[in-house]
Design a protein around this ligand. Sequence first.
Ligand SMILES: [Fe+2]
Length: 435
Amino acid sequence: MTRLRLAVVSDLHIGRARSWDLCPYFSDECRARGSGFKCKIPFETETPRCQDEKYVDAFRDFVRDQELTADYLIVLGDLTHRGQPDEFQYATEVLQDIRAALAVAKSDVILVPGNHDVDWQVSALPDKTGVRFEQRFFPLAHKKWSLAKLMKRGAPKGWSCFGAPYFSLWSDEELLVVIYNSSWDDRKEKKVHHGHIDAVHLGELRAWLRRSAAPAKTKILAVHHHPVQYPNPFRDKEDFSEMDGATPQLLELMHENRFDLILHGHKHRPYFLPINSHAGQQIPILCAGSFSAIPDDRILFDAPNVFHIIELDEKAIPTDVAHPVLERGRVLTWAFDPARGWVRMHATEGIGGTEPFGTYVARDVLFGEIRAWVETELANTGRARSTELFQARPHLGYVERRVMSHVLDELKEAASLELSIPDDDPTGFVLTRRV
Ligand SMILES: [Fe+2]
């Protein structure tokens, strides 16, 4: 049974997003000239163009038709495109629309700062004192829009996303979200815009985690830049923008403290990848893609805009050393298709429409367990269905999609079976004897 639902969006880029209703600079002149014109958005005069008119309305209709709701809304950075006050003003309205559509309470929206939420125009002005650089977060942090409140709830005194240690906490009875501002050391003049985590900042988090009793909460690290590299680099150049510095130590700290999930944005191309530590413990990591940035064919190939809901089920108590249990659940992903609207994500190399997580078993052990069950089921009924397998052995419903797919392919060949997908269950399978 699902216990919590976390709606996740990232990289909205309000100001230069794909739709007219995500652009605060949109005018009657824009409407009269239609899409494809030379846009008058500040700083982006040569890179127009809203591609759709009513994106937020389409999202609202999709949420209503699918009867989707969530307990939390997590926004993983790049809420705006240029960190300008007009963009933040508009972004608060858009966030409100998304939140209300999903029936998330006002108090349960969580925001992570991104590199596009920084006002680089201010920090780029000549100044040897460093004071201008400190103003780079001024629009994001301004009390006028109360966005800073979305980055902090129950954080230790002195912690802030806008000054050292650039860590913050958002916490309630159910969730502990550690937020890090991975853009804190980025600068307009830098040629390579890495995210960065500083070992001193990390030391403060380590000390806090050591002092604080491990709460029986779902523990999440939320950060904008990617802390791991993915196997799909940019088409014509390497991807140098991942988080550098003390990232390996950060990931190890997450393992040590049994964090349940890592969520990040920045890449605009969604991916789901459980990562493991030296000790073999796994943490699922969701690279959330972009909710509404204009798709860029140079770097994204066919990556669409996406929206996710992470469903967290009951946490089971481990009773078997072969089936260690962390947080169990699944990531559900929808993609925006300009012709059809929001549709369930087709499985790509990076992410599928449903990505289960929470059971991490050695592949040979898994193969043996599934084969024994399938052989019995075939002998008794002539076919083996995934729905019955997951009823009989619930932990197998939380095996990663790719791992399950590899095991089924192996089993199909080893036992001469036919594998098919039932019409009424596109994420399930049926195995029968090959004739
Ligand atoms: Fe972005």
